[in-house]
Design a protein around this ligand. Structure first.
Ligand code: HEC
Length: 166
């Protein structure tokens, strides 16, 4: 009994000592909760480039007469991405240096949402065609997707800055 109590007391002392060492440690510096505006712009630009890669992958597969179902995996990613385009354009990102999003993304929000919906529908069509292993349907859905990319860029993406002379 006495031995058990002594062991318990010793364990408590050890635990308390550990706790006080823990308390003395400086708090680790945590990144802010939620993405900063510059991080959202980086993520959306990166995801746009990856979306272009998915379309290139589909185009190459069709030209090589590969089965439509072979591009199901990349198209499942494109479909998920396309459902969430508007959330990548938070108002806090409108003035981030390096963004090419035009102010119309926010001032003409309904039209921007319509373009995003066109994209989501085209991405879903491509995914359905791939799952059905239907190359003809995939070919026409790819055209719709390209038109959806361009349809949004024509109104909402500013041209690249002019190349510097020399
Ligand atoms: C609903 C509108 C919309 C749709 C749909 C859309 N984009 Fe974009 N895209 C934009 C905007 C706006 C920008 C500029 C973003 C920025 O610079 O912050 C952009 C930027 C880009 C960029 C440049 C990224 C960079 O590094 O600056 C590429 C490449 C791109 N898009 C490809 C695509 C492709 C491919 C598709 C179709 C699969 C697509 N986009 C669909 C609006 C759209």
């Amino acid at each position: 009994m006495l031995i058990a109590r002594t062991i318990a007391a010793a364990a408590l002392v050890t635990a308390l000592a550990a706790a006080s060492v823990e308390a003395a440690k400086p708090a680790p510096s945590m990144p802010p909760m939620g993405p900063a505006p510059g991080a959202i712009v980086g993520a959306r630009q990166g995801s746009m480039i990856m979306a272009a890669n998915v379309l290139n992958t589909v185009d190459r597969a069709l030209k090589a007469n590969a089965p439509a179902k072979s591009v199901t995996f990349p198209l499942s990613g494109l479909a998920k991405w396309a459902e969430h385009i508007p959330s990548q354009f938070a108002p806090s990102t409108s003035a981030v240096p390096g963004t090419r999003a035009k102010s119309e993304v926010w001032s003409n929000r309904q039209e921007f949402l319509n373009k995003a919906t066109d994209m989501a529908l085209a991405a879903d069509m491509m995914l359905a065609a791939a799952r059905a292993d239907d190359s003809a349907a995939l070919t026409s859905a790819l055209e719709k997707a390209r038109a959806a990319c361009k349809g949004c860029h024509d109104s909402f993406q500013a041209p690249p800055p002019a190349a510097k002379a020399g």
